[in-house]
Ligand binder design. Structure first.
Ligand code: G1P
Length: 295
């Protein structure tokens, strides 16, 4: 069955970024001049997703405004003859017809995905998490779709992380099949490094068969007292094979302050308009700081 819908859970508190996230969704944090969520939406559009379903919560209105038409701003840019900016702003608000579903209580990622069930219905769907930006992410979704089309089963994107970082992610125990494709045997959410079954971490890109909803309904609170998507996938494994796709693309984790800063610096160094100045600036401050830091 054709995969047409993507669910983007954006209802979380953003506790790792407090107090910055007290009134501002972390999904709206800019990577230079583009909010993180726009990277995720562009990835879906480039992979020909037809419907984007945001699972939102209180304090998440700026996301809705971002993808909505702002006639006053458009009029202003038109009057000032800022044609390039005007085109850009127009494009963002006309790309998608978003659907917003409200998660009334923040009970975990699994619960957020379950909230989208009435809109997704009985069809396979993508889940893309808002804090991970993948370089050329649409190619990852396209690869995952071709694995889904081959096997007709759920596909989870994973990437290799250093062993000491496994505790930040869901981790899979998987058997290698062919090229980047693995067959998942087990999963664990944020294991301690000595208990992790591997260093293959869940990236935050998933394609699910609709049976995941059945499993989410019976998933008990797990790590952190939250209803974890990883635990529901573990239940799904009892009935269906689940595949992993190993991503080789660069993965940016914008969900923590240090990951966010690294993302901005890396992407700034790739932007023609600012890369030279940024490079000089970095060299300069590294020189200055290396005199006082023991590195
Ligand atoms: C979530 C998932 C985790 C996954 C991670 C990717 O965790 O629960 O399995 O590895 O996203 O970013 P979170 O970062 O929301 O705590």
């Amino acid at each position: 069955m054709h995969v047409r819908k993507a669910v983007l859970p954006v209802a979380g508190w953003g506790t790792r970024f407090l107090p910055a996230t007290k009134a501002m969704p972390k999904e709206m944090f800019p990577i230079i001049d583009k909010p993180v969520i726009q990277f995720i939406v562009e990835e879906c559009i480039d992979a020909n997703v037809e419907n984007i379903i945001f699972v939102t919560g209180r304090h998440k209105r700026p996301i809705e405004h971002h993808f909505d038409i702002n006639t006053d701003l458009e009029k202003h840019l038109e009057e000032c003859n800022k044609t390039g900016l005007l085109e850009n702003i127009r494009q963002i608000s006309r790309w998608i017809n978003p659907i917003y579903v409200r998660q009334k209580e923040q009970l975990g990622l699994g619960h957020a995905v379950l909230t989208a069930e009435p809109v997704v219905g009985e069809e396979p769907f993508i889940v893309s998490l808002g804090d991970i930006v993948v370089e050329d992410g649409s190619s990852v979704i396209e690869e995952m779709l071709s694995i889904y089309n081959k096997y007709g089963r759920s596909v989870i994107a994973v990437f290799e992380v250093p062993q000491e970082e496994v505790g930040k992610y869901g981790v899979v125990d998987a058997v290698h099949l062919d090229g980047p494709v693995y067959s998942i045997k087990d999963l664990v959410e944020k294991p301690s490094p000595d208990k992790a079954p591997s260093n293959l971490a869940i990236v935050g890109r998933y394609i699910f068969t609709p049976r995941i909803f059945e499993k989410l309904r019976v998933t008990k609170p797990g790590k952190g007292g939250e209803i974890q998507l990883t635990d529901a996938i573990k239940l799904l494994l009892e009935d269906e094979q689940v595949y992993a796709y190993k991503v080789e693309n660069k993965v940016y984790d914008t969900g923590t302050p240090i990951g966010y800063i690294k993302t901005i610096i890396d992407i700034a160094l790739q932007r023609e308009d600012i890369k030279d100045e940024m490079f000089e600036f970095l060299q300069d401050i590294i020189n200055k700081h290396s005199q006082c830091i023991d590195i």
